[in-house]
Design a protein around this ligand. Sequence first.
Ligand code: F6R
Length: 239
Amino acid sequence: MKIINVGNYQELSERAAKIVIETVQNKPNAVLGLATGSTPIGLYNELIDDHAKNGTSYRKICTFNLDEYVGLEGSHPQSYLYFMRQHLFNHIDISSENTFIPNGKAEDMMKECERYEELIKEKGGIDLQILGIGQNGHIGFNEPGTSFSSRTHIIQLTESTRKANSRFFSSMDEVPTHAVTVGIQTIMESRKILLLVSGQAKMEAFKRLLSDEIDESFPASVLKLHNDVTVITDIAFDN
Ligand code: F6R
């Protein structure tokens, strides 16, 4: 893993944007894996600014989001489809036909998972996967204990993750109990991975990531087995 330490969240967002923009410029039909959550919002803002100022085009870019809540319509303000439209897709020249997010309202969720995996393959696989990290080390919604060989699947959210995400809902009861997420194996098949780790709340997770541990009880630890992972962090931490 290549670790890039930056001074603050703005710098983290700019460094991350530089990597995404380079990917898009070098391969105008690249396949990007995208994350939601608070961490990549600054990156998406940078991409929007760059698109407006420098005209970087996403016309041929294809995107796959990591996850979606089960049971929320895409029109629900807390759905990840809504999030992506609001924070990125509506502000760049990407075609909605090229943006993929698991359908949390599919009648047959098992089939939806298979369909999503197939689609990623059909589009040639993920060139650059953007990841955040949960306080418990989850990547996507792959909670501790998820098999490293998992592919797109349905998971039950842990109470800690539901609690962390409840800030976006009006009450804890409204936070969905399940989500659909690409698997750890799916993430590991990405050609390049960019992990963004921001804020003191992620300090413990970051420390564990820097340790020697590679174990399913800490999902992000699998990234140490990938040969092209860049971690950008604004957490100051001496080993
Ligand atoms: C979101 C996702 C999650 C988040 C993680 C961190 O698509 O896959 O793994 O990246 O929960 O969330 P934030 O950035 O809100 O701390």
